[in-house]
Design a protein around this ligand. Structure first.
Ligand SMILES: *[C@@H]1O[C@H](CO)[C@@H](O)[C@H](O)[C@H]1NC(C)=O
Ligand SMILES: *[C@@H]1O[C@H](CO)[C@@H](O)[C@H](O)[C@H]1NC(C)=O
Ligand SMILES: *[C@@H]1O[C@H](CO)[C@@H](O)[C@H](O)[C@H]1NC(C)=O
Ligand SMILES: *[C@@H]1O[C@H](CO)[C@@H](O)[C@H](O)[C@H]1NC(C)=O
Ligand SMILES: *[C@@H]1O[C@H](CO)[C@@H](O)[C@H](O)[C@H]1NC(C)=O
Ligand SMILES: *[C@@H]1O[C@H](CO)[C@@H](O)[C@H](O)[C@H]1NC(C)=O
Ligand SMILES: *[C@@H]1O[C@H](CO)[C@@H](O)[C@H](O)[C@H]1NC(C)=O
Ligand SMILES: *[C@@H]1O[C@H](CO)[C@@H](O)[C@H](O)[C@H]1NC(C)=O
Length: 593
């Protein structure tokens, strides 16, 4: 019996208690008698009653703790929502001043020797499916909540209301992919290309889920529970000109509905996940008057929220790729595309598609545009106020990315851009200027070793030292460039969303990667609960650091990127709040930013 045997635990316990005291023989006798009693009781339970428990628990022992999912004093959802002082003011000011974060945070794992009987957990049946060798879906089942249609389908029927400026109806066509695009200029492939809206992941993901091969109607088998709520579409309807109660209505309705379901009570919703296909700041309304508070609700804090831009300082949201225009229906379409990207002649060293951000004093976009205009080896697709710009044309954008070695991806209104994914799809090596534009963001989908597939140039160096991007990129030897490009091209399958109406044969797409990651997270959390392990030192505000840790690593320390995530000294000038970022990015959503 490998489950740290009850006897030894008991003697450990009684020894600790006895330490420093005189060992009174009667106490010892009592202790050993009670130890024997518990041993027999547990022995009966595990060995006599439970045939295969032994195997389960031995595999549980070595598991690292799932830090982000554990409720600690710091991340207590109730405390968090109510008290403003504790709240993290997002972008670009993560930390309240008075809180000082130690430079090294060692996990304090509390082990509890008087564990509950594992069989009393209602998720044990689901955990055990992984041991059933004749079940190919063991450990991978997903249960999808059968939500009332007001939470999803009805929004699509009323697609005219989804945006005051964009007619979203055309973008909801083709299972969320949008209208099919012709390949008139030979930039795309003949099939699989759509004019996809960058915030359409709600629908694409939901439809992709219908094709998942291990769906179950028996929630007691589920490794995770999917909530097919179109959270992004919901808030998009009310972002402009609606009061707070209108904006929060559907979220409150949803959590009310969920909490009444028997599935919720199993883990307080911690095995639930949903997709909110917009940036996280649209769902984290604090004092500002922007967005709703879905991700701040106690129930919202227990679920895993998949967003296209997550908060570096929160543990309940996870970045997933923005959709690109490519949605293949077959493996072969992907292979053909990858081969073509490998062989392209790329005449530009680097390129940039985007507009300046004159309203944001710290933005380096102006400098990037200047450097590009002055360089003979840079191609620029400048986005301006006029609607004439080519930067709104998918074929112009993709054509430029296909003919460049490097694609510059400075942050815009918020950290991330859809453009980074379009660039990688074109086999163009992305150049990032802030770690939150990708590295701390899409940790499920991108390799940890960022220098293998991208270039990092600190935006501070550009801003303060005006360093030459051209020079920096020219220093990279051609063989290294080739290696990096190959790394990017090989990542393509996991960065795109396959056509949800069909299924890739062998390749894993962005959806598959995300679902696997959610399942892994919930499984860890369940095992931590059984083991009664929690890290009492977990600091939610440092979530970005935890997400960079390697498997099994638990200690966080000083990081070279700390300055990027610290509150600036002059907070008087910090009017560009997350709300402002969200608002502006919304304004720009019709174009490519
Ligand atoms: C918890 O148990 C692990 C081994 O299972 C041990 O390494 C660790 O020191 C224990 N922690 C505490 C606080 O007792
Ligand atoms: C250990 O678990 C028991 C019962 O679950 C609980 O009463 C006790 O407070 C726990 N002890 C620690 C140190 O967490
Ligand atoms: C194992 O999986 C098979 C196939 O899904 C199923 O028929 C069988 O009942 C499962 N066995 C147990 C013990 O759950
Ligand atoms: C679940 O139940 C619905 C309706 O009863 C049925 O249409 C569907 O095929 C079932 N799904 C699975 C995976 O058994
Ligand atoms: C919010 O707006 C809705 C309709 O636009 C209105 O019915 C409701 O009374 C308003 N609520 C508050 C608190 O102002
Ligand atoms: C969130 O999870 C915790 C523990 O896992 C639970 O105590 C709490 O009730 C849950 N919150 C909600 C709103 O269900
Ligand atoms: C990361 O990738 C670079 C370039 O491919 C390589 O030189 C380096 O050794 C890698 N680092 C690690 C820790 O794997
Ligand atoms: C940055 O350097 C370029 C030359 O590389 C120069 O033309 C430009 O004026 C400089 N910009 C600033 C803001 O110093």
């Amino acid at each position: 019996m490998r489950r740290r045997s009850p006897t030894s635990q008991f003697s450990d316990d009684s020894m600790e208690k006895g330490n420093g005291k005189n060992h009174h023989p009667r106490v010892c006798l009592l202790a050993s008698l009670s130890g024997l009693f518990w041993f027999l009781l547990l022995y009966f339970h595990f060995v006599v009653l439970g045939g295969n428990h032994v195997q389960d628990s031995s595999s549980l022992d070595s598991l690292p703790i799932n830090r982000q999912s554990i409720i600690t004093p710091q991340s207590n959802p109730h405390a968090k929502v109510e008290s403003k002082q504790d709240l993290v003011k997002p972008k670009p000011k993560p930390l309240e001043k008075k809180k000082s974060i130690p430079s090294v945070v060692k996990p304090v794992i509390s082990n509890n020797s008087s564990r509950r009987d594992p069989n009393s957990y209602s998720f044990m049946r689901a955990l055990r499916t992984v041991d059933n060798k004749s079940d190919p879906c063991g450990g991978r089942y997903i249960y999808v909540h059968d939500l009332p249609s007001r939470f999803n389908e009805d929004m699509l029927k009323e697609c005219k209301t989804l945006s005051p400026w964009t007619n979203m109806c055309k973008f909801t066509a083709n299972a969320g992919l949008g209208p099919q695009m012709e390949n008139a200029e030979g930039v795309f492939s003949n099939t699989g290309w759509y004019a996809t809206n960058q915030f359409a992941v709600d629908v694409i993901f939901g439809n992709r889920m219908k094709q998942y091969d291990c769906l179950t109607n028996d929630s007691s088998l589920a490794a995770a529970i999917f909530v097919p709520f179109y959270a992004g579409f919901d808030i998009a309807r009310y972002l402009w000109g609606y009061n707070v109660s209108m904006r929060d209505a559907a979220s409150l309705d949803l959590v009310d509905w969920l909490q009444k379901r028997p599935e919720w009570s199993i883990m307080g919703g911690k095995d639930h996940f949903l997709v909110a296909g917009r940036i996280t700041w649209d769902f984290r309304r604090l004092d500002s008057d922007w967005g709703n508070k879905l991700l701040l609700l106690p129930a919202g804090r227990n679920m895993s929220m998949l967003v296209v831009e997550s908060s570096p300082w929160s543990a309940n949201d996870f970045g997933i790729p923005y959709p690109t225009y490519f949605h293949p229906a077959k493996d072969s379409e992907v292979f053909t595309w990858q081969d073509r990207m490998r062989k392209l002649e790329r005449k530009w060293l680097f390129c940039f598609a985007g507009g300046p951000r004159p309203g944001i004093s710290k933005s380096i976009r102006g400098q990037i545009i200047d450097q590009c205009m002055e360089s003979k080896v840079c191609e620029l697709l400048k986005c301006g106020q006029s609607g004439e710009s080519k930067c709104h044309s998918p074929s112009s954008i993709m054509k430029m990315f296909q003919s460049s070695l490097f694609c510059l991806q400075p942050q815009g209104d918020s950290y991330t851009r859809r453009s980074a994914f379009d660039a990688m799809l074109a086999g163009c090596i992305p150049v990032f200027f802030h770690p939150a534009s990708a590295y701390t963001q899409y940790t499920w989908h991108l390799p940890k070793n960022y220098s293998a597939f991208s270039v990092f140039i600190s935006e501070n160096d550009v801003r303060e030292k005006n360093i030459s991007i051209e020079e920096r990129l020219n220093q990279i030897p051609p063989e290294k460039v080739k290696e990096m490009r190959e790394a990017v091209i090989s990542m393509i399958p996991t960065l795109i969303y396959a056509d949800p109406r069909s299924k890739l044969e062998t390749l894993k797409d962005a959806f598959d990667v995300a679902v696997e990651a959610v399942i892994k997270r919930v499984t860890r959390l369940r095992k931590d609960i059984i083991e009664d392990r929690k890290d009492n030192n977990f600091i939610e505000e440092l979530s970005w650091k935890y997400s960079l840790l390697d498997e099994g690593q638990t200690e966080i320390g000083a990081h070279e990127w700390d300055p990027f995530f610290e509150k600036p000294k002059d907070d008087s000038a910090e009017s560009d709040s997350s709300a402002e970022a969200a608002k502006n990015s919304w304004k720009n959503e019709q174009g490519q930013q």
